[in-house]
Design a protein around this ligand. Structure first.
Ligand SMILES: *[C@@H]1O[C@H](CO)[C@@H](O)[C@H](O)[C@H]1NC(C)=O
Ligand SMILES: *[C@@H]1O[C@H](CO)[C@@H](O)[C@H](O)[C@H]1NC(C)=O
Ligand SMILES: *[C@@H]1O[C@H](CO)[C@@H](O)[C@H](O)[C@H]1NC(C)=O
Ligand SMILES: *[C@@H]1O[C@H](CO)[C@@H](O)[C@H](O)[C@H]1NC(C)=O
Ligand SMILES: *[C@@H]1O[C@H](CO)[C@@H](O)[C@H](O)[C@H]1NC(C)=O
Length: 245
């Protein structure tokens, strides 16, 4: 309740005194308040400053708009607040290797300049929001080592600049969407250690030949024609080029 009041107050002061408007700082400060920060890495996040550009772990562009949040391995815990989707110029959201829990907000789909979304090695649960498929600038989507459930959204096939899709070590189910075969830029596809079923779509396998895919790991799932075993790991599929007619 107190946090909500603070946000409302900040928005009001922003509207009343345009000169001191610090929308991105307000979002980040609300996120700071929602997190536990036992190592005090967020101590410099002072909401009374005119913008967040001098705060530690924050990088801005020339217009004082936030383009990076770098808080990997920072000891923070708690949720990702939906307001993060308001950091419209963000390119790098690096929050890996913490104890973040709760769900991935669907509003992150509003970060349409994002290049890298690194939320791996946390305690995140719930589904992968299909809205992430809007972020056509995305090159790195690494959500591995969480407790994500539900199926892989077919919309991720719209990420036609993606090089690295790492969703391994979650609890994802359903089939592998054939739309991932649209991602000609994909180099690494890691889906191992989930509960995926069905077969690997030919469209996806064909990326080894027609695209840039050099590593596909689908071990430890419930895929047709495979037996779950802890000893075997598929890390590369190497074959000769297909004959063209
Ligand atoms: C800064 O803002 C101006 C005017 O809105 C815009 O033309 C320019 O591209 C922006 N620069 C950056 C680095 O975002
Ligand atoms: C996240 O972790 C905190 C602290 O352990 C806990 O109180 C909260 O209920 C958790 N939230 C979710 C959604 O799991
Ligand atoms: C951000 O994303 C959410 C969910 O996708 C959407 O409902 C909302 O309108 C978006 N907000 C803005 C400011 O674009
Ligand atoms: C994204 O992908 C989905 C499912 O593959 C498709 O239905 C949708 O039209 C695509 N959206 C855009 C904007 O390309
Ligand atoms: C494949 O990778 C090479 C080398 O990294 C790159 O130059 C090329 O543009 C990539 N092709 C596609 C379709 O992404």
């Amino acid at each position: 309740m107190a946090a909500q009041f603070a946000v409302v107050a900040a928005v009001l002061s922003c509207l009343l005194v345009l000169a001191s408007c610090n929308t991105e700082g307000d979002i980040l400060y609300a996120q700071r308040q929602a997190w536990r920060d036992p190592n005090n890495v967020l101590e410099s996040w002072d909401p009374t400053l005119v913008n967040p550009c001098t705060w530690f772990h924050i990088t801005c562009n020339n217009n004082n708009s936030v383009i990076r949040v770098d808080l990997g391995n920072a000891g923070i815990s708690g949720p990702l607040i939906p307001d993060l989707g308001g950091l419209v110029n963000l390119q790098y959201l690096e929050l890996y290797d913490n104890s973040l829990n709760g769900t991935i907000p669907a509003t992150l789909g509003n970060l349409t300049k994002l290049v890298s979304l690194d939320l791996y090695d946390n305690l995140l649960s719930g589904p992968i929001p299909s809205t992430l498929g809007i972020i056509s600038t995305l090159r790195y989507l690494r959500l591995y080592e969480n407790s994500l459930t539900g199926s892989i959204p077919a919309s991720l096939g719209n990420l036609t600049n993606l090089q690295d899709l790492e969703l391994q070590q979650n609890a994802l189910s359903g089939t592998i969407p054939s739309s991932l075969g649209n991602i000609k830029t994909l180099q690494f596809l890691k889906l191992n250690d989930n509960m995926l079923s069905g077969t690997v779509p030919l469209e996806v396998l064909s990326l080894v030949i027609s695209g840039n895919l050099t590593e596909i790991n689908i071990a430890k799932n419930n895929l047709d024609g495979t037996v779950r075993s802890s000893g075997l790991r598929v890390t590369a599929i190497i074959q000769d080029k297909l004959k063209t007619a």
